[in-house]
Ligand binder design. Structure first.
Ligand SMILES: Cc1ncc(COP(=O)(O)O)c(C=O)c1O
Length: 374
């Protein structure tokens, strides 16, 4: 029996009909199936080329016999580890199925039809989706030099604004803002407007003037800070992130959270990952050398790029960006086109292992030569 789609559309919430789903990086298995390639370097999702800490693998392996049990809905072991690491009470911490879930939960708690959610042009693609899912109006503020224009974002706040999403560093542009800009902004945001500072790439950022969100929690109860285990901790497959803020707001987020939103292996894995800060430092060091390796090549190729404080870099390729992306795929290199972000001439490359970076550099060199010859 087939569904009469037109009839069904009437039943669907109007805000859901217009949603364009988030487009993730192409999985390695897809490219393997499509082109039968054996050497594939995935530099499309800002993952950790080092993998995860061996202590995470050991902690998860030890717990395999628990697979038939529901996880702890309160995520005690993970929140306890975070509490000690962040020096914050557990009541100020909540955890999610990736930090992505936390972002959506904030929108669900605070916004609905008639409300506004403010974010930046070239901001993380999930922010407009969060607004759409809850039927709120997304307000995109033009970027300044590919980064957040915090002055303009402040001006965009109206009586109807419920949430402001900000990423520092930002993905996909890698831009970062400093303490002055941040403090001027957060001190002027109306107290009833919730500001979500998304620090998914915090560990990679070595900007000396970086305003760490957790340092501002005691002054700004309307501030929520989200972080993830998917990047520098190398746990993207587990889907686990966390959010910190004032206990009252965290309590409301817990009220809309699914009872078992973070699975047992994500909880034990993330708790073990926090204990291994040496691994995080190794990941950060590898990212730094990999970034230099790729920047050297981009400079040699005379390509323009946006200086990045994350584990990725957005490179301007001009009108041949799409062709270059296709040719890179044929060479087994998966990177991320940014057409969905309104940057059709820009491609984002995640920093991988030395070998993966070299694969990208060699393939790109061949492609650029070929294009120049034609
Ligand atoms: C800026 C930013 N925030 C949040 C996320 C979500 O990460 P996760 O859901 O894996 O924690 C990402 C992922 O790419 C990101 O780039």
């Amino acid at each position: 029996m087939t569904i009469n789609l037109a009839q069904f559309c009437d039943q669907i919430q109007p805000q859901i009909l217009g949603i364009h789903p988030y487009v993730p990086g192409k999985p390695v298995s897809d490219l393997q199936r499509e082109l039968g390639l054996t050497r594939i370097s995935k530099l499309a999702s800002n993952e950790n080329p080092l993998g995860a800490s061996p202590s995470v693998i050991a902690a998860i392996t030890t717990e395999l016999s628990e697979i038939a049990r529901y996880p702890d809905g309160g995520a005690y072991i993970l929140k306890d580890a975070l509490s000690k690491f962040l020096n914050l009470p557990m009541s100020q911490i909540t955890v999610g199925n990736g930090s992505n879930e936390m972002l959506e939960l904030v929108a669900r708690v605070f916004a609905g039809p008639g409300d506004e959610i403010v974010y930046s042009q070239y901001g993380f693609a999930v922010y407009p989706l969060c607004a759409q899912i809850v039927g709120a109006t997304g307000v995109e503020v033009p970027a300044k030099l590919y980064g957040h224009d915090l002055t303009a974002m402040l001006e965009a706040i109206t009586e109807r604004t419920k949430v402001v999403f900000i990423a520092n560093p930002n993905n996909p542009t890698g831009t970062v803002f400093g303490k002055d800009e941040w403090e001027t902004f957060i001190s002027q945001v109306p107290k009833k407007v919730v500001v979500v500072l998304d620090e998914a790439y915090l560990e990679y950022c070595d900007y000396a003037d970086y305003p760490k969100g957790s340092d501002y929690l005691s002054s700004y109860p309307n501030l929520l800070v989200s972080r993830t285990f998917s990047k520098a901790y190398g746990l993207a497959a587990l889907r686990v992130g966390y959010m910190v803020g004032c206990a009252e707001i965290i309590q409301y987020i817990n009220q809309v959270r699914e009872p078992f939103n973070v699975n047992h292996y994500a909880q034990v894995g993330a708790a073990a990952a926090i204990q291994d800060q040496d691994f995080v430092q190794k990941s950060v060091a590898l990212n730094k050398s990999g970034m230099n390796q790729i920047l050297d090549a981009l400079n040699r190729f005379k390509l323009e790029y946006i200086p990045s404080s994350g584990n990725f870099i957005a490179v301007h390729f001009g009108e041949k960006a799409s062709v270059i992306n296709q040719k890179l795929l044929q060479s087994g290199v998966i990177i991320r086109p940014l057409g969905g972000y309104g940057m059709p001439e820009t491609l984002r490359v995640s920093i991988g292992s030395e070998g993966e970076n070299q694969h990208f550099i060699d393939a790109l060199g061949v492609i650029l030569n070929e294009l120049e010859a034609n």
